[in-house]
Design a protein around this ligand. Structure first.
Ligand code: ZN
Length: 176
């Protein structure tokens, strides 16, 4: 039951967003899901898409130091959540601009990661290569600091495991 609660209702929603009746967990096609007692609306819970950038400059990786919870002060790839109205690539261009003030051109897909170590959401992180096309590097409103780290040197403390995995892969490929 505990697992079903976490899977079907990770945010502990109580009421139907359509009609305001109580939500309960129903087994629908063998999957526990939140369903409204009144209008039978099924409130699906899915991972949230996020997007991140690999920006390299002379063998150095661009990282952003987090200003807000979770993991304040830890570092990550420039990254953020995809808004409802934008494409994944539009989200990446916007997030990199907001966090680093750099303009980018989105390149090839680097990798995709599922993660559940962010306290806010279960996440699908989509990581692209990106090339800088303009702008002057400076920390945006939602970053404490932005900096480049040599791939063959020590990395700072990284906020999320999906970012750790992406950076580890980059380091392996850089050394190879
Ligand atoms: Zn309802």
């Amino acid at each position: 039951m505990v697992n079903q609660q976490a899977t079907a209702n990770p945010y502990n929603f109580l009421y139907c967003p359509r009609c305001g009746s109580a939500l309960r967990i129903s087994m629908l096609e063998n999957v526990p899901r939140l369903q409204c007692e009144g209008c039978l609306f099924v409130f699906y819970q899915n991972p949230v898409p996020a997007v991140g950038a690999v920006v390299l400059h002379d063998g150095q990786l661009l990282l952003v130091r987090r200003k807000y919870e979770p993991r304040v002060g830890y570092w990550s790839l420039p990254a953020g959540f995809v808004e409802y109205s934008e494409t994944v690539k539009e989200a990446l261009v916007r997030e990199v601009k907001e966090e680093t003030n750099l303009d980018i051109e989105v390149g090839e897909l680097f990798d995709v990661y599922s993660s559940s170590d962010d306290s806010r959401h279960s996440i699908v992180l989509i990581v692209y290569w990106a090339n800088v096309t303009g702008g002057e590097l400076k920390a945006g409103d939602d970053a404490l600091e932005v900096a480049h780290f040599p791939l063959d040197g020590p990395m700072p403390e990284i906020a999320f495991y999906s970012h750790v995995k992406a950076i580890s892969r980059l380091q392996r490929e850089f050394m190879a």
